[in-house]
Design a protein around this ligand. Structure first.
Ligand code: SER
Length: 412
């Protein structure tokens, strides 16, 4: 890739610090990022974005730190689990975010965003493109953003649905403007919707409506701005890499895993790296593997690691996981995990899964279970032999169901 930025040698910690300081200098107070666990009563299992813990404040509650906020928030998304292994998807990642709670509006946010990317991070302005909400029956076109981008000399593409942000069927929402960086080897061409070498880096949302349960919109008490930027993705681009796994966040993993399980192919190495690191962060936030809720998500992630490792070598073991990887993850996420405890939990889970697989293979080898399985068969396998549906599908080489973001029924 051609150079996107004039800054050389920038590391993930520089990116984080530069971002936070830039907004602190402009009157923002730093909110300490919360853990991956949303507050009790939240219907979602894990924090999924920087704005997630701030939802009550975006809906009108005064924030104790004032009306300009910045933070770095760890997030977990299981919606993309099947994409992990490609160049960009991570299960646990960090989001840089800024908020104006009824203070400044989108044009100011855009101007700061542009200046931070170009002057702060040295991004070549010729490699920027943006998209802006073009207007529909919900809300008129976002002329303030359009004029700001034109004044800054950045090309704009108008869209409708791609520039309307909402976190779900109800709750805060509004028009947004997304910033894209050109990652191609040629001069920039086309537009963000026309060429996927335009990679989205930063979303600036004018969060000024709430969707009611009946689908209609009502104005929020204040017009807010909510912005979010993936730390690992920006770092990867600034470091001139195409794979997020090649940015410095993953340096120790890149060093250790080939020594440990050197014959894993690249896609599997990425999956194992992502899922093991995500498991460490989830464990560090106090979750333990279990049959429901968050613990079940953790169990699914660990089992996906083991399934990948054992696919071509069943002797691979988590006991070999280097302490440096546990400590590096703990320090990066500023957790106080006990590495010994984490290792014990992982080994316990590994033993449990191995036992279950042994049982599963024997049971599924019986003539009754060789053909297509009925709902009764699946229930019997679960209730009598402790074999959850996803494991049965896995052992039979069938696609596994997706991992939920919201609470799940009981699974072993
Ligand atoms: N809410 C927006 C997003 O998640 C910006 O933070 O992309």
């Amino acid at each position: 890739m051609n150079r996107l930025s004039t800054r050389t040698g920038i590391g993930v910690e520089d990116v984080r610090r530069t971002f936070v300081e830039y907004f602190e200098e402009r009157g923002h107070r730093t909110v300490t990022g919360s853990t991956l666990l949303p507050p009790p009563g939240d219907p979602v299992l894990f924090t999924t974005s920087g704005m997630h813990p701030l939802t009550p404040y975006l809906e009108g509650r005064p924030h104790p730190l004032g009306r300009r906020l910045v933070n770095v928030q760890r997030c977990l998304r299981t919606t993309d689990l099947d994409e992990v292994g490609d160049l960009t998807h991570l299960t646990v990642f960090e989001m840089l975010g800024t908020w104006s709670l009824g203070d400044y509006e989108l044009p100011q946010s855009i101007e700061w965003g542009y200046r931070l990317l170009t002057e702060g991070f040295g991004v070549d302005p010729g490699r920027l493109h943006t998209t802006v909400f073009g207007g529909d029956e919900r809300s008129g076109p976002d002329t303030g953003s359009l004029e700001t981008w034109r004044r800054l000399g950045v090309p704009v593409e108008l869209t409708v649905d791609d520039n309307w942000w909402s976190g779900g069927p109800t709750g805060p929402c509004g028009p947004d403007s997304e910033m894209f960086l050109w990652t191609g080897d040629t001069e920039p061409r086309s537009t963000p919707t026309g060429d996927d070498r335009w990679v989205e880096v930063w979303n600036h949302v004018s969060m000024r409506y709430r969707t009611r349960p009946d689908g209609t919109l009502e104005p929020l008490p204040r017009r807010n701005v909510d912005t979010g930027l993936g730390l690992e993705r920006l770092t990867t681009l600034l470091q001139g890499r195409t794979s997020v796994f090649d940015c410095d966040v993953f340096t120790p993993w890149r060093r250790h895993l080939p020594l440990l399980w050197g014959d894993l192919d690249e896609t599997s190495t990425r999956l194992v790296t992502d899922h093991l690191r995500s498991s460490l962060v989830v464990l560090g936030d106090g979750v333990r593997p279990s049959s429901t809720g968050r613990g079940y998500v953790l169990r699914r992630i660990v089992r996906r690691v083991l399934t990948t490792l054992w696919r071509d070598d069943p002797t691979r073991e988590l006991v070999d996981l280097p302490g440096e990887l546990i400590e590096h993850t703990r320090d990066h996420f500023r957790q106080d995990t006990d590495p010994g405890l984490v290792r014990d939990v992982l080994l316990d889970e590994e033993r449990r899964f191995r036992r279950l697989l042994d049982v599963g293979r024997k049971v599924l080898d019986r003539p009754r279970f060789r053909g297509p399985l009925t709902e009764d068969d699946l229930r019997h396998l679960h209730d009598t032999h402790g074999l959850p549906r996803d494991l049965v599908q896995n052992l039979r080489g069938e696609p596994a169901p997706s991992t939920p973001q919201t609470p799940t029924p009981q699974m072993r």
